[in-house]
Design a protein around this ligand. Sequence first.
Ligand code: SF4
Length: 78
Amino acid sequence: MTKATDAFERLQFAMFTTDPACKDDDRFISDVVPAATLAPICRTCPVYDLCAAYGELDRPKAGIWAGKRYKTNTKKGN
Ligand code: SF4
């Protein structure tokens, strides 16, 4: 298991009991909404730290993760 997979599982597990601030908000999967517009919502999110940890490790190509959009998928820490 990679560190990114491990981080994603921790995030998923937390979401079983805690709704993220982006729940049901399609802007977080949009390719056109600027990350800076959504970052303030992320800063209120109860799973922010887990989301940020996963995002930094996996650098997902799509969506907003802890207020960031990753333009490249150059992973680190695997
Ligand atoms: S920190 Fe992650 S889970 Fe929380 S609102 Fe932002 S993108 Fe969604």
